[in-house]
Design a binder for this molecule. Structure first.
Ligand code: FMN
Length: 211
């Protein structure tokens, strides 16, 4: 973990929950770090499991920064992150006084989606998301499930009505991706744009497919 980020660096919360799509999560974290952001990182128990299940034992939380540096390069050292326990409901980000600019839940399980949609605050992911909504700050939710039940669809509507951006893990193919990393870049770029952070991962649409 780098310690030399500016004290005035923009701060965001990134939550990783137990839905498939760990690659989206690490790409998003890396992209925010590359932009010099400071992150409060909260990972649910199943989020930790999915990191290892889908990315391997090199991607455990303890080894996350070296993993990001190996995969995405030294640029991630422009930012820094603090890991906060999902059980700590007294953590900084449980309060609206934390100068956080926004939050993303990537990927977001249907369980966490339900918790946010219904304001349950059963853990820090749900509480921090609730704080974003009450403070009218950007909350980006990246749900992953297919097909979806009516309660799941209704929970997405509830979140959107409360002010969240519902940004499903649905990468486009019009940029002609060749690798899984291309797909993750696309989605991470969309997430950064939704948070209002500069990004060059997802090119602007020019009006035609660029070969
Ligand atoms: C390998 C694996 C893949 C999973 N994929 C999904 C998924 O894509 N979407 C989902 O909503 N839940 C998925 N789950 C189930 C959630 O992990 C489970 O509901 C969990 O309780 C979510 O808790 P959390 O939101 O606190 O992480 C998956 C579980 C495992 C073990």
């Amino acid at each position: 973990m780098s310690a030399d980020a500016s004290p005035r660096a923009p701060r965001y919360t990134v939550a990783i929950t137990g839905a498939s799509g760990a690659l989206y999560a690490v790409r998003t974290v890396a992209a925010l770090l590359e932009q010099g952001c400071e992150l409060d990182l909260v990972i649910s128990d199943y989020g930790r499991r999915l990191l290892v299940d889908e990315l391997g034992t090199e991607a455990t939380l303890d080894r996350l920064m070296p993993y990001l540096e190996r995969k995405y390069g030294d640029g991630v050292g422009r930012g820094r992150y603090d890991v906060i326990s999902n059980r700590d409901l007294g953590a900084t980000i449980a309060s609206g006084s934390r100068p956080t600019r926004g939050m993303v839940i990537v990927p977001c399980s249907m369980k966490s989606l339900a918790g946010v949609a219904n304001g349950l605050s059963r853990n820090l992911v749900e509480r921090a998301a609730d704080v974003m909504l009450k403070e009218r700050k950007p909350l980006v939710i990246v749900p992953r499930e297919t097909p979806m039940s009516l309660p799941q669809l209704r929970n997405m509507v509830r979140c959107a009505e409360a002010g969240a951006v519902v940004l499903p893990a649905m990468p486009g193919f019009y940029h002609l991706p060749k690798t899984l990393d291309d797909l993750a870049d696309f989605l991470a770029g969309k997430i950064l744009s939704a948070l209002g952070v500069d990004q060059r991962l997802c090119a602007d649409w020019t009006g035609r497919v660029e070969r």
